[in-house]
Design a protein around this ligand. Structure first.
Ligand code: AMP
Length: 417
């Protein structure tokens, strides 16, 4: 019996991977233009890190983590998100001592035991950006501007930005109480998980994926009515700057995000071009998280973009593929040897050249040149060999000319441009 991959874990094959490379390259360029530096973090962490940061009552921690005991009996987890790991590294390596503001990004796989469907997998890739050390609401807007700019550069046409404020440790308790009173009177409609969450963490009910709970939650009180003056000032400033930059957005007072650590600004970007799984990116502030993880009292904000969903949006995009510059078609073993030497020399000069090995007919080699979509074919036959020349054929126009290879590769390099 052949062995197949695990459900929800996908291979990204050549032909698809070019979209990913385009997404990753464009992301690196734009994030670095905004002052971000890459950080590479492990895929495996101590389970406790995620339980403490994401929150015990969240769907991720309760139901979706890939956790297991290692050979020494320690509970480890394949990371379900990147922020906790980035902050762990930031604290562990005292990065806050280097400079007051750190902008970090990472690109890599995340793991969540969710029900796989189009746009939702158990191993999926995220682009993750974090800014540590800035309380000013300008950075909230800077991140949103950068994110929208990136999506535009990637060719995502329709994006919808939603924002909300999740308050802080001072004003959120009042909101939580009000939510609890609201849901207590509707207890019979809630799913068993949410009945339990009502006691432990009623905010999580707002994030439940069950249809009945979503429906009740849509009438729940708005957190914006409970914000303290500092949180309100912060949120007003964010809204004002979004208007200044003429960025269309909606305020969604019911958006709580799926992780517990958020404070103040939270935002999500979706695209109506996608199907059911239409969220492309989400993020927000987490001003207490560093301290809660045993680090300094430094505010933070970040976001994550899902690469699979971006790749789906880029499906029709052209111009992502590279093709060989030259296909060398050689006839006869002596010509094959010359062709191999030439091919290798051109590759070492940074030119993408292909050739076939083995004794194949000219027709079959030209078919392959066509299939590979090479710009040129260089035909080296017995006849040409004697005169030290070769025939260069422009595969688009069909134009052919003799090239003198006796004096080196300069003429050829010049002709293929
Ligand atoms: P989150 O970390 O849950 O805020 O997710 C951030 C982004 O990651 C989402 O907007 C999606 O684009 C993507 N994402 C989250 N979960 C999955 C998944 N299971 N499969 C594919 N993409 C996902």
């Amino acid at each position: 019996m052949t062995i197949v991959g695990i459900r929800g874990f996908r291979d990204i094959l050549p032909g698809d991977v070019e979209r990913w490379q385009f997404i990753e390259n464009t992301t690196r360029k734009i994030l670095e233009d905004f002052g971000f530096k890459e950080i590479k973090i492990p895929v495996l962490e101590k389970t406790e890190l995620f339980a403490r940061s994401i929150g015990e009552d969240t769907d991720i921690v309760e139901k979706e983590m890939y956790s297991f005991l290692d050979r020494k009996g320690e509970s480890l987890t394949l990371r379900p998100e990147a922020t906790a790991s980035v902050l762990r590294a930031y604290i562990e390596h005292n990065l806050y001592k280097e400079e007051p503001i750190k902008k970090l990004y990472s690109i890599g796989p995340m793991f969540r035991y969710e029900r796989p469907q189009k746009g939702r997998y158990r191993q999926f890739y995220q682009i993750n950006a974090e800014v540590l050390g800035v309380e000013d609401p300008k950075i909230d807007v800077e991140l949103m501007v950068m994110l929208l700019h990136l999506l535009k550069r990637l060719g995502v046409r329709r994006t919808d930005l939603s924002v909300n404020s999740l308050g802080c440790s001072r004003c959120r308790p009042q909101f939580r109480d009000s939510l609890r009173s609201f849901f207590e009177t509707r207890l019979d409609i809630l799913c068993p998980d949410c009945k339990r969450r009502l006691k432990t963490n009623p905010l999580r009910i707002m994030d439940c994926k069950m249809e009945t709970c979503t429906k009740v939650a849509s009438d729940a009180p708005s957190i914006l009515d409970f914000l303290c003056s500092e949180c309100l000032t912060h949120f007003d400033a964010v809204e004002e700057m979004l208007r200044t930059f003429e960025i269309p957005y909606v305020v969604n007072p019911h958006m709580v995000r799926g992780l517990d650590y958020y404070t103040r600004t939270a935002f999500e970007i979706s695209s109506s071009e996608l199907g059911a799984q239409n969220a492309i990116a989400g993020g927000g502030r987490y001003d207490n998280l560093l301290k809660e993880l045993g680090g300094p009292d430094i505010p933070g904000i970040g976001f994550a973009i899902g690469i699979e969903r971006l790749a789906l949006l880029l499906e029709e995009r052209e111009g992502l593929f590279r093709f060989p510059k030259v296909f060398v078609a050689a006839l006869g073993s002596e010509a094959q040897n010359d062709a191999f030497r030439l091919t290798t020399a051109l590759r070492l000069k940074g030119i993408w050249v292909e050739m076939d090995y083995g004794d194949k007919s000219l027709k079959s080699q030209m078919r392959r040149a066509n299939k590979l979509k090479a710009d040129f074919a260089l035909i080296m036959g017995e006849q040409e060999l004697k005169s030290g020349s070769a025939t260069l054929r422009d595969m688009k126009t069909g134009h052919q000319e003799e090239i003198d290879l006796g004096k080196g590769m300069d003429e050829l390099i010049e002709k293929i441009g």
